[in-house]
Design a protein around this ligand. Sequence first.
Ligand code: FAD
Length: 415
Amino acid sequence: MRPDHRITAVIIGAGHSGLAMSKRLADGAIDHIVLERDEVASSWLNQRWDSFTLLTPNWQTRLPGCSYEGDEPDGFMTGAEIAAFIQHYADTVRAPVRTGTAVTSVRAADDGYDIVTTEGTWRCRCVALAGGACNVPSIPPFADAVPEAVATVNPLRYRNPGQLPEGGVLVVGAAATGIQLAEEIHSSGRQVYLSVGEHVRMPRTYRGRDIQHWMEAIGRLDDRYDEVEEILKARGVASPQLVGTPERRTLDLNCLTGAGVQLRGRLGAIRDGVALFSGGLRNHCRLADQKLGRLLDEIDEWIGANGLDGEVGPSERPEETQVPSSAPLTLDLTSGEVGSVVWATGFRPDLSWVDLPVFDSSGRLRHDGGVVDAPGVYYLGAPFLRRRRSSFIHGAAADTADLAEHLAAHLAGQV
Ligand SMILES: Cc1cc2nc3c(=O)[nH]c(=O)nc-3n(C[C@H](O)[C@H](O)[C@H](O)COP(=O)(O)OP(=O)(O)OC[C@H]3O[C@@H](n4cnc5c(N)ncnc54)[C@H](O)[C@@H]3O)c2cc1C
């Protein structure tokens, strides 16, 4: 195939990850282009619900060479605000973005790769895959067994409770998205059932500071992918139960059950229109409480070791999660009681356009901290890619620094 263009590096995706990589390559004088099928920051504009706010505070919204400069460092941006921040970043770093250009194939070529797009083909020596790790809802295979009369929706398409048909709602999944949607839908006057598996409980503030302040302080977010045990498990950990509101309130299972949301165990199957839940709800809640206790112990120790006990609020422990003594193990989806199911069961990347032998037998991309198992190919923005903070906006700075350095070494024939 004769390419239409030749360039040293192609970055696929103009979200914050791709743009941060563009800044790194520009700093290293590596010519490149950023190909974007839609528009800059499109995931924040098109794949978030109406009331969405970041769960990371404004002071944590930072990219290489650019941080939040507004007068509400402890506030939380809406989807439109973070999209504007990212667009501003693209303008400031003068990222060479081509919007409306969807990559349909990445293939090996004689001296690198051919990037086939809806607007022609680019031949390059290096590729950065920054198409997003959360662009496809991860939904269990038995979702097909939901009765036809019951509507289903995933968080990338959910906008507000008004779009759901009449009736109760089963929200499946109790990570950040699941608990936020359960609360919003319940507040709209519907009965909500929340299916809870393994989850990560977190208070919004602790000892007077945002929990993210302490996560940064104790170094938890800098845990490295090549130092933790069981990195695959760590990469699958659910997002913490947090919401970003002006009053910085905590949203946990106790708040939800106090308001009238009914908890159920992990959804394991749907048979003959009946949702079947595991009996492990109590265990999952105990485990989350224990893990939270260990995190708070670690924060207390850090505060003590740094002589800050007199400067911050007192050490405290949240009430343990209240679990109903016998949560029903079934919910009949054919009874008319439930009108819709919300699959808040996580997300996964869409890499279907990568036509390279870089996937393992489970379909997972083979990479070592973002250095893909094909020379000159890099991956960005995935959970715990190189550090615990990797999938967050504030994770792009360190990851792109490492990966741009590797890319430059590859071009120089040093790796
Ligand atoms: C519900 C939700 C809440 C989140 N909340 C927070 C939060 O509070 N704080 C935080 O720091 N992080 C949060 N994240 C995590 C993370 O910051 C986002 O997932 C972020 O959007 C990832 O940025 P990215 O640049 O890696 O990918 P994306 O923002 O998804 O950007 C990828 C871009 O690539 C484009 N693209 C994809 N495929 C192609 C192709 N084949 N050809 C051309 N272009 C393509 C897409 O159109 C998109 O614009 C959240 C994620 C989700 C899903």
